[in-house]
Design a protein around this ligand. Structure first.
Ligand code: HAM
Length: 570
Protein backbone atom coordinates (compact mmCIF):
# COMPACT_ATOMS: atom_id res chain seq x y z
CA UNK A 1 0.00 0.00 0.00
CA UNK A 2 1.35 3.46 -0.84
CA UNK A 3 1.92 5.96 1.96
CA UNK A 4 -1.04 7.98 0.76
CA UNK A 5 -3.30 4.91 0.78
CA UNK A 6 -2.10 4.01 4.25
CA UNK A 7 -2.91 7.50 5.48
CA UNK A 8 -6.35 7.23 3.88
CA UNK A 9 -6.96 3.82 5.47
CA UNK A 10 -5.90 5.15 8.88
CA UNK A 11 -8.27 8.12 8.54
CA UNK A 12 -11.08 5.77 7.46
CA UNK A 13 -10.44 3.55 10.50
CA UNK A 14 -10.49 6.62 12.73
CA UNK A 15 -13.73 7.74 11.13
CA UNK A 16 -15.31 4.32 11.64
CA UNK A 17 -14.20 4.28 15.27
CA UNK A 18 -15.85 7.69 15.81
CA UNK A 19 -19.06 6.46 14.20
CA UNK A 20 -19.08 3.38 16.43
CA UNK A 21 -18.59 5.58 19.52
CA UNK A 22 -21.44 7.85 18.33
CA UNK A 23 -23.75 4.86 17.80
CA UNK A 24 -22.92 3.57 21.29
CA UNK A 25 -23.53 6.98 22.84
CA UNK A 26 -26.91 7.16 21.01
CA UNK A 27 -27.88 3.71 22.28
CA UNK A 28 -26.89 4.68 25.82
CA UNK A 29 -29.03 7.82 25.55
CA UNK A 30 -31.96 5.69 24.36
CA UNK A 31 -31.43 3.24 27.22
CA UNK A 32 -31.28 6.07 29.73
CA UNK A 33 -34.53 7.52 28.30
CA UNK A 34 -36.16 4.07 28.55
CA UNK A 35 -35.02 3.79 32.16
CA UNK A 36 -36.55 7.20 32.93
CA UNK A 37 -39.79 6.23 31.17
CA UNK A 38 -40.07 3.09 33.32
CA UNK A 39 -39.24 5.01 36.48
CA UNK A 40 -35.85 3.33 36.52
CA UNK A 41 -37.53 0.10 37.59
CA UNK A 42 -36.95 -1.89 34.43
CA UNK A 43 -33.58 -1.41 32.78
CA UNK A 44 -33.02 -2.69 29.25
CA UNK A 45 -31.14 -5.98 29.32
CA UNK A 46 -28.14 -4.71 27.37
CA UNK A 47 -27.31 -2.09 30.03
CA UNK A 48 -26.69 -4.79 32.66
CA UNK A 49 -23.09 -4.83 33.66
CA UNK A 50 -21.17 -5.89 36.72
CA UNK A 51 -18.73 -3.39 38.12
CA UNK A 52 -15.59 -3.82 40.13
CA UNK A 53 -13.69 -1.31 42.21
CA UNK A 54 -11.28 0.74 40.11
CA UNK A 55 -7.73 -0.65 39.97
CA UNK A 56 -5.76 0.25 43.08
CA UNK A 57 -8.89 1.12 45.11
CA UNK A 58 -10.78 -1.22 47.42
CA UNK A 59 -13.80 -1.55 49.67
CA UNK A 60 -13.24 -1.74 53.39
CA UNK A 61 -15.84 -4.02 54.95
CA UNK A 62 -16.90 -5.15 58.40
CA UNK A 63 -15.35 -6.65 60.46
CA UNK A 64 -12.12 -4.98 59.16
CA UNK A 65 -13.68 -1.53 59.48
CA UNK A 66 -13.92 -1.96 63.24
CA UNK A 67 -10.10 -2.16 63.30
CA UNK A 68 -9.93 0.98 61.14
CA UNK A 69 -12.28 2.73 63.58
CA UNK A 70 -10.24 1.55 66.54
CA UNK A 71 -7.06 2.96 64.93
CA UNK A 72 -8.72 6.30 64.15
CA UNK A 73 -10.26 6.55 67.64
CA UNK A 74 -6.82 5.93 69.13
CA UNK A 75 -5.38 8.70 66.93
CA UNK A 76 -8.07 11.15 68.12
CA UNK A 77 -7.32 10.20 71.74
CA UNK A 78 -3.51 10.26 71.61
CA UNK A 79 -3.18 13.36 69.43
CA UNK A 80 -5.72 15.12 71.68
CA UNK A 81 -3.48 14.50 74.70
CA UNK A 82 -0.68 16.34 72.85
CA UNK A 83 -2.97 19.33 72.21
CA UNK A 84 -3.68 18.70 68.51
CA UNK A 85 -7.02 19.65 66.94
CA UNK A 86 -8.56 17.99 63.91
CA UNK A 87 -8.57 19.68 60.51
CA UNK A 88 -10.55 18.41 57.52
CA UNK A 89 -9.28 19.64 54.19
CA UNK A 90 -10.87 19.05 50.78
CA UNK A 91 -9.97 16.07 48.64
CA UNK A 92 -9.69 18.39 45.60
CA UNK A 93 -7.10 21.15 45.46
CA UNK A 94 -5.52 23.28 42.71
CA UNK A 95 -2.89 21.14 40.97
CA UNK A 96 -0.43 23.97 41.27
CA UNK A 97 -0.55 23.75 45.07
CA UNK A 98 1.08 20.31 44.93
CA UNK A 99 3.40 21.23 42.06
CA UNK A 100 4.80 24.06 44.20
CA UNK A 101 4.81 22.30 47.56
CA UNK A 102 5.74 18.71 46.78
CA UNK A 103 7.82 19.66 43.72
CA UNK A 104 7.21 19.47 39.97
CA UNK A 105 10.01 16.95 39.42
CA UNK A 106 8.91 14.49 42.09
CA UNK A 107 7.29 11.20 41.05
CA UNK A 108 4.14 12.21 42.91
CA UNK A 109 3.57 15.38 40.88
CA UNK A 110 5.09 14.40 37.56
CA UNK A 111 3.50 10.93 37.25
CA UNK A 112 1.04 10.03 39.94
CA UNK A 113 -1.63 12.70 40.36
CA UNK A 114 -5.23 12.39 39.19
CA UNK A 115 -5.69 15.72 37.49
CA UNK A 116 -8.47 17.27 35.45
CA UNK A 117 -9.79 20.61 34.31
CA UNK A 118 -12.84 21.66 36.26
CA UNK A 119 -15.27 23.65 34.08
CA UNK A 120 -18.73 23.87 32.48
CA UNK A 121 -17.52 23.74 28.89
CA UNK A 122 -17.71 20.06 28.03
CA UNK A 123 -19.26 20.97 24.65
CA UNK A 124 -16.25 23.13 23.73
CA UNK A 125 -13.89 20.45 24.96
CA UNK A 126 -15.67 17.92 22.71
CA UNK A 127 -15.54 20.30 19.79
CA UNK A 128 -11.82 20.77 20.35
CA UNK A 129 -11.32 16.98 20.49
CA UNK A 130 -13.23 16.66 17.21
CA UNK A 131 -11.07 19.25 15.49
CA UNK A 132 -7.84 17.87 16.94
CA UNK A 133 -8.91 14.30 16.14
CA UNK A 134 -9.59 15.40 12.56
CA UNK A 135 -13.05 14.00 12.45
CA UNK A 136 -13.17 15.14 8.82
CA UNK A 137 -11.96 13.38 5.77
CA UNK A 138 -10.19 16.47 4.59
CA UNK A 139 -9.32 14.91 1.29
CA UNK A 140 -12.97 15.12 0.37
CA UNK A 141 -14.17 18.43 -1.00
CA UNK A 142 -16.44 20.34 1.33
CA UNK A 143 -14.97 19.08 4.56
CA UNK A 144 -12.54 21.92 4.76
CA UNK A 145 -15.52 24.27 4.95
CA UNK A 146 -16.85 22.20 7.82
CA UNK A 147 -13.43 22.29 9.48
CA UNK A 148 -13.50 26.08 9.38
CA UNK A 149 -17.08 26.13 10.68
CA UNK A 150 -16.04 24.04 13.68
CA UNK A 151 -13.15 26.37 14.46
CA UNK A 152 -15.48 29.33 14.18
CA UNK A 153 -17.94 27.72 16.58
CA UNK A 154 -15.12 26.97 19.00
CA UNK A 155 -13.73 30.50 18.82
CA UNK A 156 -17.21 32.01 19.38
CA UNK A 157 -17.76 29.80 22.42
CA UNK A 158 -14.36 30.69 23.79
CA UNK A 159 -14.97 34.41 23.30
CA UNK A 160 -18.38 34.28 24.97
CA UNK A 161 -17.01 32.20 27.88
CA UNK A 162 -14.23 34.71 28.45
CA UNK A 163 -16.60 37.68 28.18
CA UNK A 164 -18.70 36.17 30.96
CA UNK A 165 -15.49 35.37 32.88
CA UNK A 166 -16.64 31.75 33.04
CA UNK A 167 -13.48 30.82 31.12
CA UNK A 168 -10.39 32.31 32.78
CA UNK A 169 -8.85 35.32 31.04
CA UNK A 170 -5.37 33.83 31.03
CA UNK A 171 -2.69 34.98 28.63
CA UNK A 172 -2.79 31.51 27.02
CA UNK A 173 -6.53 31.77 26.37
CA UNK A 174 -6.35 35.33 25.05
CA UNK A 175 -3.50 34.43 22.66
CA UNK A 176 -5.26 31.25 21.54
CA UNK A 177 -8.38 33.19 20.67
CA UNK A 178 -6.37 35.77 18.77
CA UNK A 179 -4.52 33.07 16.79
CA UNK A 180 -7.76 31.31 15.89
CA UNK A 181 -9.40 34.60 14.87
CA UNK A 182 -6.37 35.40 12.70
CA UNK A 183 -6.54 31.97 11.10
CA UNK A 184 -10.23 32.32 10.30
CA UNK A 185 -9.83 35.84 8.94
CA UNK A 186 -7.45 34.49 6.29
CA UNK A 187 -10.34 32.53 4.78
CA UNK A 188 -12.99 35.18 5.20
CA UNK A 189 -13.02 36.11 1.50
CA UNK A 190 -12.91 32.49 0.40
CA UNK A 191 -15.80 31.35 2.54
CA UNK A 192 -18.13 34.32 2.82
CA UNK A 193 -21.58 33.45 1.51
CA UNK A 194 -20.43 30.15 0.03
CA UNK A 195 -21.89 26.77 0.92
CA UNK A 196 -19.45 24.42 2.70
CA UNK A 197 -19.48 21.81 -0.09
CA UNK A 198 -17.76 24.20 -2.44
CA UNK A 199 -14.88 25.13 -0.17
CA UNK A 200 -11.71 23.24 -0.99
CA UNK A 201 -8.90 22.39 1.37
CA UNK A 202 -6.20 25.05 1.59
CA UNK A 203 -3.00 24.00 -0.21
CA UNK A 204 -0.70 24.46 2.80
CA UNK A 205 -3.13 22.80 5.17
CA UNK A 206 -0.67 20.62 7.11
CA UNK A 207 1.38 23.57 8.35
CA UNK A 208 -1.84 25.44 9.14
CA UNK A 209 -3.18 22.49 11.05
CA UNK A 210 -0.16 22.48 13.37
CA UNK A 211 -0.80 26.18 14.05
CA UNK A 212 -4.48 25.53 14.83
CA UNK A 213 -3.57 22.52 16.95
CA UNK A 214 -1.18 24.57 19.08
CA UNK A 215 -3.70 27.36 19.56
CA UNK A 216 -6.46 24.93 20.57
CA UNK A 217 -4.21 23.00 22.96
CA UNK A 218 -3.33 26.20 24.78
CA UNK A 219 -6.94 26.82 25.85
CA UNK A 220 -7.73 26.14 29.52
CA UNK A 221 -11.46 26.12 30.16
CA UNK A 222 -11.21 26.20 33.93
CA UNK A 223 -9.05 25.55 36.94
CA UNK A 224 -6.79 22.51 36.79
CA UNK A 225 -7.38 20.52 39.95
CA UNK A 226 -6.11 17.26 41.41
CA UNK A 227 -7.17 14.64 43.90
CA UNK A 228 -4.82 15.28 46.80
CA UNK A 229 -1.80 12.96 46.84
CA UNK A 230 -0.95 14.11 50.39
CA UNK A 231 -2.28 16.68 52.83
CA UNK A 232 0.66 18.74 54.13
CA UNK A 233 0.29 21.23 51.25
CA UNK A 234 -3.46 21.50 51.93
CA UNK A 235 -2.92 22.13 55.64
CA UNK A 236 -0.43 24.91 54.80
CA UNK A 237 -2.92 26.37 52.33
CA UNK A 238 -5.62 26.33 55.00
CA UNK A 239 -3.22 27.91 57.54
CA UNK A 240 -2.70 30.83 55.14
CA UNK A 241 -6.31 31.05 53.95
CA UNK A 242 -7.75 31.23 57.48
CA UNK A 243 -5.00 33.46 58.94
CA UNK A 244 -4.18 30.80 61.50
CA UNK A 245 -0.98 32.73 62.19
CA UNK A 246 -3.20 35.09 64.24
CA UNK A 247 -3.91 32.26 66.71
CA UNK A 248 -1.54 31.26 69.53
CA UNK A 249 1.48 29.65 67.87
CA UNK A 250 2.32 26.97 67.05
CA UNK A 251 -0.93 25.68 65.60
CA UNK A 252 -1.12 21.89 66.02
CA UNK A 253 -3.40 20.08 63.59
CA UNK A 254 -4.07 16.47 62.60
CA UNK A 255 -6.09 14.84 59.83
CA UNK A 256 -7.26 11.47 58.58
CA UNK A 257 -8.53 10.61 55.14
CA UNK A 258 -7.98 9.25 51.65
CA UNK A 259 -5.09 10.31 49.41
CA UNK A 260 -4.64 9.42 45.75
CA UNK A 261 -1.51 8.45 43.84
CA UNK A 262 -1.48 6.58 40.55
CA UNK A 263 1.20 4.10 41.58
CA UNK A 264 1.62 0.46 40.56
CA UNK A 265 -0.61 -1.35 43.08
CA UNK A 266 0.89 -4.06 45.28
CA UNK A 267 0.62 -5.19 48.89
CA UNK A 268 0.59 -2.03 51.01
CA UNK A 269 0.51 0.24 47.97
CA UNK A 270 -2.81 1.49 46.62
CA UNK A 271 -4.03 4.26 44.37
CA UNK A 272 -6.52 5.35 46.99
CA UNK A 273 -4.90 4.98 50.37
CA UNK A 274 -5.49 6.52 53.77
CA UNK A 275 -3.24 8.68 55.88
CA UNK A 276 -3.35 9.82 59.47
CA UNK A 277 -1.14 12.88 59.65
CA UNK A 278 -0.22 15.77 61.91
CA UNK A 279 1.40 19.15 61.32
CA UNK A 280 2.81 21.79 63.67
CA UNK A 281 2.82 25.22 62.06
CA UNK A 282 4.23 28.48 63.37
CA UNK A 283 6.11 29.17 66.58
CA UNK A 284 9.82 28.58 66.63
CA UNK A 285 12.14 25.86 65.36
CA UNK A 286 13.00 24.43 68.79
CA UNK A 287 14.32 20.86 68.39
CA UNK A 288 11.93 19.94 71.23
CA UNK A 289 9.08 20.38 68.71
CA UNK A 290 10.65 17.85 66.32
CA UNK A 291 11.18 15.44 69.20
CA UNK A 292 7.67 15.87 70.58
CA UNK A 293 6.07 15.23 67.18
CA UNK A 294 8.09 12.01 66.87
CA UNK A 295 7.28 11.08 70.48
CA UNK A 296 3.59 11.54 69.69
CA UNK A 297 3.58 9.18 66.71
CA UNK A 298 5.59 6.59 68.67
CA UNK A 299 3.11 6.89 71.58
CA UNK A 300 0.27 6.28 69.14
CA UNK A 301 1.95 3.14 67.77
CA UNK A 302 2.69 1.94 71.32
CA UNK A 303 -0.94 2.40 72.29
CA UNK A 304 -1.92 0.20 69.34
CA UNK A 305 0.75 -2.31 70.46
CA UNK A 306 2.33 -2.33 67.02
CA UNK A 307 5.41 -4.55 67.31
CA UNK A 308 8.73 -4.44 65.42
CA UNK A 309 8.88 -0.70 64.82
CA UNK A 310 12.05 1.00 63.71
CA UNK A 311 12.42 4.77 63.75
CA UNK A 312 15.01 6.13 61.31
CA UNK A 313 16.08 9.75 61.50
CA UNK A 314 18.36 12.04 59.51
CA UNK A 315 19.02 15.71 58.90
CA UNK A 316 19.15 16.96 55.33
CA UNK A 317 20.33 20.45 56.30
CA UNK A 318 18.91 23.56 54.73
CA UNK A 319 19.05 25.38 51.45
CA UNK A 320 22.00 27.75 52.07
CA UNK A 321 25.30 27.76 50.13
CA UNK A 322 27.30 26.38 53.08
CA UNK A 323 24.87 23.54 53.77
CA UNK A 324 22.81 21.16 51.62
CA UNK A 325 23.65 22.64 48.16
CA UNK A 326 27.36 22.25 48.97
CA UNK A 327 26.82 18.59 49.92
CA UNK A 328 24.67 17.98 46.83
CA UNK A 329 27.50 19.24 44.61
CA UNK A 330 30.00 17.00 46.40
CA UNK A 331 27.62 14.07 46.02
CA UNK A 332 27.17 14.82 42.32
CA UNK A 333 30.94 14.88 41.81
CA UNK A 334 31.34 11.55 43.61
CA UNK A 335 28.44 10.03 41.67
CA UNK A 336 29.96 11.09 38.36
CA UNK A 337 33.04 9.02 39.27
CA UNK A 338 30.92 5.85 39.59
CA UNK A 339 28.28 6.73 36.99
CA UNK A 340 29.01 3.69 34.80
CA UNK A 341 28.22 1.32 37.64
CA UNK A 342 24.78 2.84 38.25
CA UNK A 343 21.45 1.99 36.63
CA UNK A 344 19.65 4.41 34.25
CA UNK A 345 17.39 5.89 36.96
CA UNK A 346 20.29 6.80 39.22
CA UNK A 347 22.32 8.06 36.25
CA UNK A 348 19.48 10.43 35.39
CA UNK A 349 19.18 11.54 39.02
CA UNK A 350 22.83 12.56 39.15
CA UNK A 351 21.73 15.55 37.11
CA UNK A 352 18.16 16.09 38.32
CA UNK A 353 18.35 15.29 42.06
CA UNK A 354 21.46 13.45 43.31
CA UNK A 355 20.00 13.05 46.83
CA UNK A 356 17.40 10.67 45.41
CA UNK A 357 20.16 8.26 44.37
CA UNK A 358 20.58 7.52 48.09
CA UNK A 359 16.99 6.22 48.07
CA UNK A 360 17.77 3.56 45.48
CA UNK A 361 16.68 0.02 46.34
CA UNK A 362 18.62 -1.53 43.40
CA UNK A 363 20.71 -4.39 44.78
CA UNK A 364 23.58 -3.76 42.36
CA UNK A 365 23.94 -0.14 43.55
CA UNK A 366 24.04 -0.74 47.29
CA UNK A 367 27.81 -1.33 47.63
CA UNK A 368 28.56 1.82 45.61
CA UNK A 369 26.11 3.98 47.57
CA UNK A 370 27.72 2.79 50.83
CA UNK A 371 30.96 4.55 49.82
CA UNK A 372 29.34 7.97 49.21
CA UNK A 373 29.84 10.92 51.59
CA UNK A 374 27.31 11.35 54.43
CA UNK A 375 25.28 14.56 54.64
CA UNK A 376 25.64 14.69 58.44
CA UNK A 377 29.37 15.35 57.93
CA UNK A 378 28.66 18.33 55.68
CA UNK A 379 25.93 20.27 57.49
CA UNK A 380 26.40 23.93 58.35
CA UNK A 381 27.04 24.69 62.04
CA UNK A 382 23.44 25.68 62.79
CA UNK A 383 21.99 22.50 61.22
CA UNK A 384 24.63 20.38 62.90
CA UNK A 385 23.72 21.78 66.33
CA UNK A 386 20.03 21.39 65.55
CA UNK A 387 20.47 17.72 64.61
CA UNK A 388 22.44 17.01 67.80
CA UNK A 389 19.73 18.76 69.86
CA UNK A 390 16.93 16.79 68.21
CA UNK A 391 18.75 13.55 69.11
CA UNK A 392 19.21 14.74 72.72
CA UNK A 393 15.56 15.64 72.95
CA UNK A 394 14.57 12.20 71.66
CA UNK A 395 16.80 10.54 74.27
CA UNK A 396 15.24 12.71 76.97
CA UNK A 397 11.86 11.29 75.95
CA UNK A 398 13.10 7.70 75.83
CA UNK A 399 12.47 7.45 72.08
CA UNK A 400 14.78 4.90 70.47
CA UNK A 401 16.03 5.84 67.00
CA UNK A 402 18.50 4.77 64.33
CA UNK A 403 20.42 7.31 62.33
CA UNK A 404 20.05 6.64 58.63
CA UNK A 405 22.14 8.98 56.50
CA UNK A 406 20.39 7.71 53.36
CA UNK A 407 16.97 8.91 54.48
CA UNK A 408 16.22 11.83 52.15
CA UNK A 409 12.45 11.46 51.47
CA UNK A 410 10.74 11.88 48.12
CA UNK A 411 9.07 15.27 48.53
CA UNK A 412 10.86 18.56 47.90
CA UNK A 413 9.67 20.58 50.90
CA UNK A 414 11.83 19.01 53.60
CA UNK A 415 14.77 20.56 55.43
CA UNK A 416 16.72 19.52 58.56
CA UNK A 417 14.94 16.68 60.43
CA UNK A 418 13.54 13.87 58.31
CA UNK A 419 12.24 10.59 59.69
CA UNK A 420 10.59 7.37 58.65
CA UNK A 421 9.16 4.51 60.67
CA UNK A 422 9.10 0.95 59.38
CA UNK A 423 6.92 -1.87 60.68
CA UNK A 424 6.84 -5.65 60.34
CA UNK A 425 4.71 -7.82 58.08
CA UNK A 426 4.63 -5.44 55.13
CA UNK A 427 7.18 -6.81 52.65
CA UNK A 428 8.88 -4.18 50.51
CA UNK A 429 6.37 -1.41 51.34
CA UNK A 430 7.36 -1.32 55.00
CA UNK A 431 7.39 2.46 55.65
CA UNK A 432 4.40 2.99 57.86
CA UNK A 433 5.10 6.66 58.56
CA UNK A 434 7.16 9.44 57.01
CA UNK A 435 7.72 13.02 58.00
CA UNK A 436 10.03 15.90 58.61
CA UNK A 437 10.56 19.62 58.99
CA UNK A 438 9.51 22.00 56.24
CA UNK A 439 10.26 25.58 57.35
CA UNK A 440 9.67 27.85 54.36
CA UNK A 441 6.83 25.89 52.75
CA UNK A 442 4.12 28.28 53.95
CA UNK A 443 6.12 31.18 52.47
CA UNK A 444 6.50 29.31 49.20
CA UNK A 445 2.70 29.12 49.11
CA UNK A 446 2.34 32.87 49.59
CA UNK A 447 2.03 32.96 53.39
CA UNK A 448 4.11 34.56 56.12
CA UNK A 449 7.46 33.15 57.33
CA UNK A 450 6.41 30.03 59.19
CA UNK A 451 8.11 27.01 60.72
CA UNK A 452 6.59 23.62 60.01
CA UNK A 453 7.04 19.97 60.88
CA UNK A 454 4.79 16.94 60.61
CA UNK A 455 4.29 13.37 59.56
CA UNK A 456 1.82 11.09 57.84
CA UNK A 457 1.10 7.49 58.74
CA UNK A 458 0.00 5.09 55.99
CA UNK A 459 -3.16 3.76 57.63
CA UNK A 460 -3.56 0.86 55.18
CA UNK A 461 -0.06 -0.35 56.05
CA UNK A 462 -0.62 0.19 59.75
CA UNK A 463 -3.75 -2.00 59.55
CA UNK A 464 -1.88 -4.71 57.59
CA UNK A 465 0.88 -4.73 60.17
CA UNK A 466 -1.59 -4.91 63.08
CA UNK A 467 -3.43 -7.77 61.37
CA UNK A 468 -0.14 -9.55 60.73
CA UNK A 469 0.71 -9.24 64.43
CA UNK A 470 -2.75 -10.49 65.44
CA UNK A 471 -3.53 -7.19 67.16
CA UNK A 472 -7.13 -7.21 66.08
CA UNK A 473 -9.72 -6.24 68.72
CA UNK A 474 -12.19 -9.01 69.58
CA UNK A 475 -15.26 -8.90 67.36
CA UNK A 476 -18.43 -7.93 69.11
CA UNK A 477 -21.59 -9.69 67.97
CA UNK A 478 -25.10 -8.49 68.89
CA UNK A 479 -25.94 -8.17 72.57
CA UNK A 480 -29.55 -9.16 72.15
CA UNK A 481 -31.53 -10.90 69.42
CA UNK A 482 -35.27 -10.41 69.82
CA UNK A 483 -37.12 -13.63 69.01
CA UNK A 484 -40.67 -12.34 68.72
CA UNK A 485 -43.62 -14.48 67.74
CA UNK A 486 -47.23 -13.46 67.14
CA UNK A 487 -48.75 -10.18 65.99
CA UNK A 488 -49.32 -8.97 69.58
CA UNK A 489 -45.65 -9.45 70.36
CA UNK A 490 -44.36 -7.28 67.49
CA UNK A 491 -45.32 -3.80 68.88
CA UNK A 492 -43.83 -4.83 72.22
CA UNK A 493 -40.66 -6.05 70.44
CA UNK A 494 -40.30 -2.68 68.68
CA UNK A 495 -40.71 -0.86 72.03
CA UNK A 496 -38.19 -3.01 73.93
CA UNK A 497 -35.68 -2.78 71.05
CA UNK A 498 -35.84 1.02 71.26
CA UNK A 499 -35.54 0.93 75.05
CA UNK A 500 -32.49 -1.36 75.01
CA UNK A 501 -30.75 0.49 72.16
CA UNK A 502 -31.21 3.76 74.05
CA UNK A 503 -29.47 2.10 76.99
CA UNK A 504 -26.54 1.34 74.64
CA UNK A 505 -27.08 -2.33 73.78
CA UNK A 506 -26.82 -3.61 70.23
CA UNK A 507 -30.13 -5.17 69.36
CA UNK A 508 -31.23 -7.20 66.33
CA UNK A 509 -34.95 -6.99 65.67
CA UNK A 510 -36.04 -9.34 62.87
CA UNK A 511 -38.43 -7.47 60.53
CA UNK A 512 -40.67 -10.49 59.99
CA UNK A 513 -41.82 -13.25 62.28
CA UNK A 514 -39.60 -16.33 62.54
CA UNK A 515 -40.16 -19.78 63.93
CA UNK A 516 -38.51 -20.19 67.32
CA UNK A 517 -35.79 -22.60 66.10
CA UNK A 518 -34.94 -20.39 63.12
CA UNK A 519 -34.72 -17.31 65.35
CA UNK A 520 -32.26 -19.02 67.70
CA UNK A 521 -30.20 -20.22 64.73
CA UNK A 522 -29.91 -16.67 63.37
CA UNK A 523 -29.17 -15.28 66.82
CA UNK A 524 -26.24 -17.71 67.07
CA UNK A 525 -25.01 -16.83 63.54
CA UNK A 526 -24.95 -13.17 64.49
CA UNK A 527 -22.89 -14.10 67.55
CA UNK A 528 -25.58 -12.76 69.87
CA UNK A 529 -25.11 -13.05 73.60
CA UNK A 530 -28.81 -13.32 74.48
CA UNK A 531 -32.07 -14.12 72.78
CA UNK A 532 -34.98 -12.14 74.17
CA UNK A 533 -38.05 -14.31 73.75
CA UNK A 534 -41.32 -12.50 73.31
CA UNK A 535 -44.46 -14.52 72.55
CA UNK A 536 -48.14 -14.22 73.41
CA UNK A 537 -47.51 -15.53 76.96
CA UNK A 538 -44.84 -12.95 77.73
CA UNK A 539 -47.01 -10.15 76.31
CA UNK A 540 -50.01 -11.11 78.44
CA UNK A 541 -47.80 -11.39 81.57
CA UNK A 542 -45.87 -8.16 80.79
CA UNK A 543 -42.61 -10.14 81.06
CA UNK A 544 -39.59 -10.97 78.86
CA UNK A 545 -37.76 -14.30 78.71
CA UNK A 546 -33.99 -13.87 78.38
CA UNK A 547 -32.05 -16.85 77.07
CA UNK A 548 -28.26 -16.86 77.54
CA UNK A 549 -27.05 -18.50 74.34
CA UNK A 550 -23.71 -19.71 75.73
CA UNK A 551 -25.32 -22.10 78.26
CA UNK A 552 -28.97 -22.22 77.18
CA UNK A 553 -30.20 -21.01 80.61
CA UNK A 554 -33.22 -18.71 80.66
CA UNK A 555 -34.94 -16.39 83.08
CA UNK A 556 -38.04 -14.15 83.08
CA UNK A 557 -37.84 -10.40 83.77
CA UNK A 558 -39.97 -7.29 83.82
CA UNK A 559 -38.65 -4.46 81.64
CA UNK A 560 -36.77 -2.56 84.43
CA UNK A 561 -35.39 -5.81 85.92
CA UNK A 562 -34.22 -6.88 82.48
CA UNK A 563 -32.24 -3.66 82.06
CA UNK A 564 -30.71 -4.01 85.52
CA UNK A 565 -29.69 -7.59 84.79
CA UNK A 566 -28.14 -6.72 81.41
CA UNK A 567 -26.25 -3.77 82.89
CA UNK A 568 -24.93 -5.97 85.67
CA UNK A 569 -23.71 -8.61 83.18
CA UNK A 570 -21.87 -6.47 80.61
P1 HAM B 1 4.90 10.14 52.26
O1 HAM B 1 6.16 9.50 52.71
O2 HAM B 1 4.72 10.38 50.83
O3 HAM B 1 4.81 11.50 53.07
O4 HAM B 1 3.68 9.28 52.78
C1 HAM B 1 3.54 8.97 54.15
C2 HAM B 1 3.11 7.53 54.29
O5 HAM B 1 1.94 7.30 53.53
C3 HAM B 1 4.11 6.51 53.76
O6 HAM B 1 5.12 6.24 54.71
C4 HAM B 1 3.21 5.30 53.55
O7 HAM B 1 3.00 4.62 54.77
C5 HAM B 1 1.90 5.94 53.12
N1 HAM B 1 1.75 5.85 51.65
C6 HAM B 1 2.28 6.64 50.71
N2 HAM B 1 1.90 6.23 49.48
C7 HAM B 1 1.11 5.15 49.65
C8 HAM B 1 0.38 4.28 48.77
N3 HAM B 1 0.38 4.46 47.45
N4 HAM B 1 -0.33 3.26 49.31
C9 HAM B 1 -0.37 3.08 50.65
N5 HAM B 1 0.27 3.89 51.53
C10 HAM B 1 1.01 4.90 51.05
C11 HAM B 1 3.77 12.37 52.96
O8 HAM B 1 2.73 12.13 52.43
C12 HAM B 1 4.01 13.66 53.71
N6 HAM B 1 2.85 14.55 53.46
C13 HAM B 1 4.21 13.40 55.18
C14 HAM B 1 4.43 14.64 55.98
C15 HAM B 1 3.53 15.29 56.71
N7 HAM B 1 5.56 15.29 56.06
C16 HAM B 1 5.39 16.34 56.83
N8 HAM B 1 4.15 16.34 57.21
Amino acid sequence: MSEQDQEKAAKRAQWEEINRAKALAKQQQKDAAAAVATGGAVRPAETKKQFQAVKGTRDLLPPDTSLWNHVERTAHEVFGTFGFGEIRVPVLEPTDLFARAVGGDTDIVSKEMYTFEDHDFAHLERLRAQILGLEFDLVEAGNFGMFLTYIEKFTDGLRRGMEKKAIPLTLGNILAQKDLDDYLSRFENVTKGRPNETILRAPNFDADFTFVQQALSRVKFGEVISLRPEATASVCRAYIEHNLNQQPQPVKLYYTGPMFRRERPQKGRYRQFYQIGAEVLGGNEAPAIDAEVIEMVMTFFDKLELPGLELNINSIGHNAPDCRPKYVELLRTELHKVKDQLGPDSQRRIETNPLRVLDSKLESEQAIIATLPHIADHLCDACNTDYADVKNQLQLRGVIYHENWRLVRGLDYYMRTTFEITAKGLGSQNAVCGGGRYDGLVELLGGPQTKGIGFAIGEDRLILSLQDAGKVPAQRGRDIYIAWMGEHAYPEAVRIAKFLRTAGFSVELPPTEQKFGKALERAARLDSRYALILGDNEVSEGMFTLKTLADGSQEKFTGPDLLEFLKGHQ
